[in-house]
Design a protein around this ligand. Structure first.
Ligand SMILES: [Ca+2]
Length: 349
């Protein structure tokens, strides 16, 4: 018992007190012997916001395999790729299938000021033709903004947010809880592009879906990393990666293999684009930042215009005179990314 007590003392001195204590609570104990690696530093306390979504599903599955790097505290759902009923159902069914006990909170059913226009590339339910067993649990009580602020209070200055859907929930949290602007460590978003678009000529889907929310997040003053099409379109799913995932053990590889199979068939049957895994690349920017090149800019969010709604415009020449508000991922080591990805799933026993 003495050993356990000393661990708690160490944890109480830790910057990540609550996270570390929760880890200790999860350790297996045999009498006085605690089975754990007490020298291992705590992972990044992380909440995710998702609109699951095929590539969100890949991202969530990958995040559950990154327990050495991140402590996944909670997941919020938002409308985007499909309606909130489907994004929420997909998310809770997925984490339940993966045996992950992270709480899932239901978020916004519509963008801040607009009506949702779902994506077409994820099928009617959001997961293509992949069907998951229904979860044996309920959604966590409370909305997503409350979940984020609660997690931030328990991890002051340390909590990171990974948002891979429209930014409706994150913007709402920042509006309702302005203290988040100084207590969050960082927000990483999958969205935008400083060159080109995929929804219009100039805008990316997530920011096109809720540009007003994206503007609030970009103008919040939070430390912000933007992982947009500039990097997420570069890794195109190679057949060798598809084969490696399908040969990997475990439930995460099973579900990701099925999602990738849908993406590959969609490409072959409908002449769709090469499969891109957008959202998991934003996760990689958190846990494997050395794979990326970042540049820091003031990024303006355009909210109007037939083509420019949701466009992210980097102030390359400091015309605005405004200080930078985003670290923009501008390049990625594609081979390094795929190696990380297959190793992540292949390491499961
Ligand atoms: Ca997404």
């Amino acid at each position: 018992m003495a050993l356990t007590a000393s661990l708690v003392d160490i944890a109480r001195k830790s910057h990540y007190e609550n996270v570390y204590l929760s880890r200790i609570g999860a350790f297996d104990c045999y009498g006085d012997r605690v089975v754990c690696d007490v020298t291992k530093p705590p992972g990044i306390p992380l909440v995710m916001d998702v609109d699951t979504g095929t590539d969100d599903a890949v991202c969530i599955a990958a995040a559950t395999l990154c327990s050495d790097a991140v402590d996944l505290i909670g997941i919020g759902t938002v409308c985007g790729n499909v309606g909130i009923e489907h994004t929420s159902r997909n998310t809770i069914d997925l984490v339940d299938f993966l045996g992950c006990d992270v709480p899932v909170h239901v978020g916004a059913a519509q963008p801040l000021t607009r009506r949702l226009s779902p994506a077409i590339s994820h099928g009617a339910t959001g997961l293509g033709d992949v069907v998951l067993p229904a979860a044996h649990r309920d959604y966590a009580a409370g909305g997503v903004p409350g979940m984020i602020v609660s997690a931030a209070r328990r991890n002051p200055g340390a909590l990171e947010v990974l948002a891979v859907g429209p930014l409706t929930n994150v913007a709402t949290a920042l509006i309702e809880h302005p203290e988040l602007r100084s207590t969050l460590k960082r927000i990483t978003v999958m969205g935008g592009a400083i060159r080109g678009g995929n929804m219009t000529l100039a805008s990316e889907f997530n920011f096109h879906c809720d540009p007003e929310a994206a503007r609030i997040v970009f103008e919040s003053g939070c430390d912000l990393t933007m992982v947009g099409l500039d990097v997420t379109l570069k890794p195109e799913l190679p057949r060798r990666v598809f084969d490696r995932i399908n040969a990997s053990p475990g439930r995460a590889a099973d579900i990701v293999g099925r999602v990738l199979d849908f993406m590959m068939r969609r490409k072959e049957e409908f002449g769709a684009d090469e499969p891109n895994l957008h959202d998991v690349i934003a996760l990689a920017a958190i846990v494997q930042p050395s794979l990326f090149s970042f540049e820091t800019y003031y990024v303006h969010l355009e909210t109007g215009g037939e083509i420019t709604r949701g466009m992210t415009i980097a102030d390359f020449n400091n015309v605005s005179g405004k200080p930078p508000n985003a670290h923009v991922a501008v390049d990625i080591d594609v081979d390094g990314f795929w190696n990380w990805f297959v190793d992540l799933f292949g390491a499961v026993k």
